[in-house]
Design a protein around this ligand. Structure first.
Ligand SMILES: NC(=O)c1ccc[n+]([C@@H]2O[C@H](COP(=O)([O-])OP(=O)(O)OC[C@H]3O[C@@H](n4cnc5c(N)ncnc54)[C@H](OP(=O)(O)O)[C@@H]3O)[C@@H](O)[C@H]2O)c1
Length: 329
């Protein structure tokens, strides 16, 4: 095999970002889409020029026509369909958040191991040069020791029928977009915090429409993260160290990518722009899957790291409910 045949599990909005990334790769081919209704699958396949359209998810899994699946279902369905796909011998790129409970995550990891298939969480920003350059800059010691990180991902939710507002479907701003600054903080610190504290504002549908959390790491570093469905679009991440700060502008979005910046401010308050190549945001995660499937390379975002994302989100929600700090065990 030197070409990975991809299928899309659902006709989700986010697919429109993955489709060009698969098509831009010499090692990937978009072969099929599945939807809960045949008419929807047919219409979507016609709109996006996809050769095969399946009227149920199971039909695509059993078809033998694809090697890898992109799972872009509502959050509460990620685990079920990831496990089923792996059991059909398919490789899986599953959207964030990977799952909404730890037993689900563990079932997904077990299924990948037992079936010998590649499984990864679709955190596209981790593959972008802006993130990689920032991490290398910090690793090289330009900031000294990390003291505080501050990360935000907010947007305004106009559609009240959105899947993100349904509590039983893994709705909520922390699950949806708070996971970006959370995962960035854990990545830069090399692992999860020792304890967390969270606060939330619950909207009329019963999900957190704003969330703020503090992550306390061993050694004293802290991350303040926030997410919301109640402000205009805003993504940002700052790392404040003992010798300077790194300001990441627009770190988690492919929109207006020409405005993406990485700025270092040293201890004398001198500012330096670090050049960031304008790379398509979603290509990295697709090529990472190709490397893993075709050559057995480890995925950039490992499954232990993914498990830690879910673990910390759950601890933050627990803290927000109980009104006290929660330790990550
Ligand atoms: N990485 C990123 O940049 C990014 C960005 C946006 C979203 N996401 C993630 O991608 C996933 C999908 O988000 P989205 O906004 O693209 O979702 P969406 O447009 O609402 O699509 C979800 C799809 O799931 C299928 N589905 C199955 N059961 C459903 C149900 N009971 N209710 C509604 N839809 C159901 C539907 O496809 P059919 O009708 O075809 O079966 C629907 O089109 C989420 O996990 C989200 O966190 C990631």
């Amino acid at each position: 095999m030197n070409i990975v045949r991809w299928g899309l599990l659902s006709t989700a909005n986010i697919n429109r970002r993955l489709i060009p990334a698969i098509r831009a790769s010499e090692r990937g081919e978009l072969v099929a889409v599945a939807s809960r209704r045949q008419a929807q699958a047919d219409a979507y396949a016609a709109e996006w020029d996809i050769p095969l359209a399946f009227g149920s998810y199971e039909a695509l899994l059993a078809s033998g026509e694809v090697d890898a699946l992109y799972i872009s279902l509502p959050n509460h369905l990620h685990a079920e369909w990831t496990v089923r796909a792996l059991e059909h011998g398919l490789h899986v790129l599953c959207e964030k958040p990977f799952a909404v409970t730890l037993p689900e995550v563990d079932r997904m990891l077990d299924a990948a191991r037992d079936n010998g298939r590649v499984l990864a969480e679709a955190f596209m920003y981790r593959h972008h040069p802006q993130t990689k350059i920032a991490a290398a800059w910090i690793r090289d010691g330009h900031l000294g020791e990390i003291s505080v990180m501050r990360g935000v991902f907010n947007f305004s939710m106009s559609n009240r029928a959105n899947i993100r507002l349904v509590p039983e479907w893994g709705g909520g701003s922390l699950w949806d977009v708070g996971v970006y600054p959370l995962s960035m903080a854990q990545y830069l610190m090399g692992g999860p915090p020792v304890w967390v504290h969270g606060d939330q504002w619950i909207g009329p549908s019963g999900v957190d429409e704003s969330f703020t959390g503090t992550l306390h790491f061993a050694g004293g570093a802290m991350a303040q993260i926030s997410s919301a469905f109640r402000t205009p679009w805003y993504t940002h991440f700052d790392v404040l160290g003992t010798k300077g700060r790194l300001v990441m502008t627009r770190p988690f979005t492919g929109l207006d990518s020409d405005q993406r910046r990485l700025t270092f401010v040293d201890e004398r308050d001198q500012t330096q722009e670090l050049p960031v190549p304008d790379v398509e945001l979603y290509s990295g995660e697709v090529e990472d899957m190709h490397d893993a499937i075709l050559f057995g390379h480890p995925n950039l975002v490992g499954l232990n790291e993914t498990r830690d994302h879910v673990r910390t989100v759950l601890a933050l929600y627990e803290s927000a409910q109980r009104g006290e700090r929660v330790y990550i065990d």
